[in-house]
Design a binder for this molecule. Sequence first.
Ligand code: F6P
Length: 324
Amino acid sequence: LKKIGVMTSGGDSPGMNAAIRAVVRTCAYYHVDCVGYYRGFQGMIAGDSTPLTARSVRNTINQGGTILQSARSKEFMTKEGRAKAAANLKKEGVDAMILIGGDGTFTGGQVFSKEHNFPVIGVPGTIDNDIFGTHYTIGYDTALNTVIEAIDKIRDTASSHNRLFFVEVMGRDAGFIALNTGIGAGAEEILIPEEDLGLDRLLDSLERSRRAGKTSSIVVVSEGDKIGKNVFELAEYVKENLPFYDARVTVLGHIQRGGRPSCFDRVLASRLSVKAVELLLDGKRDLMVGMMNNEIESCSLDQALKGKHNINKDLLRISEILST
Ligand code: F6P
């Protein structure tokens, strides 16, 4: 193996730079060339690359976003797009690719690897934490801390005005961010896609909170929840049915994807990415690296894509007890 390529793809996440840095420095350590592709699969198709040396990634471990930029490439979903990418990699002399991203990235990588017999290794980077084969994805911890900081601020004003706040958080179809920040920020209720609380139970619970003497409340709503109303409709519905509540909505949105990565994400990104390069040098391919019980492990990309990373439903019970 003489040259390894690296790219970031899909929604960016804090710690992706720490991952790129670790790939580049591990390549340098083992005397293998490294090349970065911009904007994920899109850059592979366009042949938009840059050589990366140990010094190219100086002062990046602490930066949010991704120095290689990211994209969700529609063209890579076509055979023609992938053929262009394969031709570019061949021209550049790249022997294997390290793909930093989420399930969309791994799906593309797996198809590409089979179609062009090209070795790839996936490194899980997404704030959603929705990847099987790792207990944590790069960026999730930072996103949790960003959300907690925001909800703490919302709590201040909620309490000053005796208000009920619905705070929508990201996570796509998974409730990891909502569930954990809901507990961490002391929310009254947490709405997640994995467990539909139902409108009646939500009203009951808010009614009970009021009777228990609570003057302000926070409900954390996962963007993928299945309650059947968007967060604005939900706030209106609650206002109509429980008129004593003065409800407001905050959608945290993309601030959850930015910011300086936490120490946890930097260490996770570093450990996973060193392993990714070492697996390739060991002749392994089409795997995803992950951290299970604080050990760095790997599983096949196939397993990572077919498996489901389940939330810990006991956290809902904890939340119910503590919001009493
Ligand atoms: O997968 C990361 C994520 O931030 C999800 O939580 C969210 O649903 C989605 O990406 C938003 O995507 P976009 O940045 O394309 O709006």
